[in-house]
Design a protein around this ligand. Sequence first.
Ligand SMILES: *[C@@H]1O[C@H](CO)[C@@H](O)[C@H](O)[C@H]1NC(C)=O
Ligand SMILES: *[C@@H]1O[C@H](CO)[C@@H](O)[C@H](O)[C@H]1NC(C)=O
Ligand SMILES: *[C@@H]1O[C@H](CO)[C@@H](O)[C@H](O)[C@H]1NC(C)=O
Ligand SMILES: *[C@@H]1O[C@H](CO)[C@@H](O)[C@H](O)[C@H]1NC(C)=O
Ligand SMILES: *[C@@H]1O[C@H](CO)[C@@H](O)[C@H](O)[C@H]1NC(C)=O
Ligand SMILES: *[C@@H]1O[C@H](CO)[C@@H](O)[C@H](O)[C@H]1NC(C)=O
Ligand SMILES: *[C@@H]1O[C@H](CO)[C@@H](O)[C@H](O)[C@H]1NC(C)=O
Ligand SMILES: *[C@@H]1O[C@H](CO)[C@@H](O)[C@H](O)[C@H]1NC(C)=O
Length: 641
Amino acid sequence: MRSLLSLVALSLSLFAAAEPTISPYALHEKRIVLPQGWSYGRKHAAGSALPLRFALTQQNIEEMEKYVMDVSHPHSPNYGKHWSVKDVLEKFSPNRETVKTVHDWLTENGIEKERIRLSPNKGWIEVDATIEEAEALLQTEYSVYSHVSGKEHVGCSEYHLPSHVKRHVDFVTPTVHFDARLTSRSSETTPQTQPQSVIPKSFRGGPKSAGKYAESIVPTDLSTCYEYITPDCLRALYSLNYTPVATADNTYGIVEYTPEAYLQTDLDMFATNFSTDLYGVAPYMVSIDGGYAQTEYQNFSYNGESDLDLEYGMTLVGSEQTVTLYQAGDMVEGASFNNFLDAIDGTYCTFEGGNNYTQDAYYPDPYGGGYEGPQDCGTAKPTNVISTSYAYNEADLTEFYAARQCAEYAKLGLMGVTVLYSSGDYGVAGNDALCLFPNGTQSVNGTLFNPTFPSTCPYVTSVGATMMKPNATVYQYQPEMACEEVIYSGGGFSNYFAMPSYQAEAVEYYLKTYPPDVPSYMYNTSGSRAYPDISANGANYVVAIDGEFELVYGTSCASPVNGAIFTMINDARLAAGKSTIGFINPTIYTTNFAALFNDITLGDNPGCGTDGFNATPGWDPVTGLGTLNFTKLVAAWLELS
Ligand SMILES: *[C@@H]1O[C@H](CO)[C@@H](O)[C@H](O)[C@H]1NC(C)=O
Ligand SMILES: *[C@@H]1O[C@H](CO)[C@@H](O)[C@H](O)[C@H]1NC(C)=O
Ligand SMILES: *[C@@H]1O[C@H](CO)[C@@H](O)[C@H](O)[C@H]1NC(C)=O
Ligand SMILES: *[C@@H]1O[C@H](CO)[C@@H](O)[C@H](O)[C@H]1NC(C)=O
Ligand SMILES: *[C@@H]1O[C@H](CO)[C@@H](O)[C@H](O)[C@H]1NC(C)=O
Ligand SMILES: *[C@@H]1O[C@H](CO)[C@@H](O)[C@H](O)[C@H]1NC(C)=O
Ligand SMILES: *[C@@H]1O[C@H](CO)[C@@H](O)[C@H](O)[C@H]1NC(C)=O
Ligand SMILES: *[C@@H]1O[C@H](CO)[C@@H](O)[C@H](O)[C@H]1NC(C)=O
């Protein structure tokens, strides 16, 4: 495994030799069960190299909700006054004591200073250790685990830290986490194709991907939107009729994980039929960790997601507005959400902003006090809106790990970025239709709902899926319902994250007024983060894939569509000299804004042997607040400072 962080050598002179600190070891993290598809392989050779990474605890992270609300709540005097990269680094970077404690512990245990590196954002310490050294440091045993796909992963089932070090470390990798390689999880990363039949409500096996869309002519009028979704159908459904004007100051980011990749020939085929001025136009690609739009492997699994996201994302913002494609991971290692986040946070800026860590020293003091952080993020600045249609089940990750990643999304929000994630395609079940057993195991026979991450992170905006009602037209009142064709909209309640204040009123209203018709033991009723927040159509998308038009289904469709609409709202605000909309949840849940959504009140999201939750008036854990009306929302957002 290759390290994906940029790391800075610690200066030798910074730490004087200290007396060894002796403190008893305590359990830090433990994995109860192996994630689906993995099995124990063999003991790892003691001499093998292991890039150990320590996620250092950050300062002020417990105040995160306060900071985020301060710049994101429309009633706050600081609404829209987003933070710079430097502000974020200074506020949250681990303090000197944290860095020193971990550093000293490592040197006291025989790790030479030259081998210890600190990331420029000061969030991580890395050591190239041997298995033997790591086992001694963490009081654990390393093994090689195998996945049914043939991939291997080095890890352990639990690890320990000395008590004086414990409070300075969020977690250590590689240990109990199976975070990398979203690529190996193909069934969760791809939207679904035909058949068009509705999945039985008691389905357990999950939707299937099947035949191609064979009919040749899609009417260009709006009479068949209930059978074939095209960009014009979406423009009509969401009142998106807008030509951007602030395009030079704006960008729309779509994230893809290699080997999933787009084909230019597919984008061109789509453009020929639906957006002729995009013919020959490619997205602006930012390669992360060796990512590139591979063309060696081509089929629905490799091209479906990227082609869908880019064909609709690019068409809906129009040819004047550049779309940025973050292509993450190479063909060998793939990439995880954390790799992506590493790349667009301050660390990345250090490279792209002109600094060179092999040359530029981090003086006067990399560990707090004197260090000012990168001055300007330059070209690596995250885009104003970022849409991602890939997801984990929350239970795939440890709570520490999910919390750390969630804090990164919060930082993006502080910096004015809107982060959208699709809510999942299996209703109240997790990816691959897995449900939870009370002991934490995931199984198709599980008895508890299985929430999706990052949708359960309170600092992302989670997007569910709707569909046109049978035979409905875009002109009629309430033409949409919760998606019940091929996929079901992911939704429910987190087991890791408490309910953020911005949604408390809406969720409590739902639970009180429309008590869910499923046993309460099946979902978390302790007041946890509820999702999705919003939705958009996710059925019957006409998408050019591998030289043919296919029908595609999924929340994978919904997220890039809403991302395009928010990008246009940003355009209007930027043109008016205002800030980007940033983290939108505190705004959209206010009474004023919630009333502007197209409320979805029909349908449900089955899973785990139940009918799931119901779409109801107001917010619900199927379609959130509802779908967007651009005309209404842009007007409301232009009224904010
Ligand atoms: C795309 O346009 C071609 C040429 O006009 C037409 O034959 C084809 O049916 C169209 N496909 C779709 C899906 O609209
Ligand atoms: C969106 O809002 C506008 C302005 O109120 C309204 O005229 C239009 O009918 C709405 N569109 C939809 C699809 O509901
Ligand atoms: C695409 O090809 C890969 C590997 O050849 C295969 O595992 C996968 O099932 C294929 N996907 C589809 C939709 O045919
Ligand atoms: C950093 O500087 C070194 C030494 O001059 C050079 O070899 C390397 O290519 C530079 N790296 C970047 C990212 O500019
Ligand atoms: C968890 O519970 C399920 C259902 O009772 C059982 O089949 C499984 O073996 C348990 N797994 C572990 C690791 O305890
Ligand atoms: C789920 O339950 C069915 C019926 O009891 C059984 O045949 C199947 O093996 C179980 N599947 C798993 C993954 O435990
Ligand atoms: C939709 O329209 C078709 C053709 O008119 C009709 O056969 C079908 O029953 C209608 N479906 C519903 C749900 O109304
Ligand atoms: C329910 O969610 C809360 C977080 O809001 C968490 O602390 C608790 O452990 C969860 N309960 C279960 C059974 O997972």
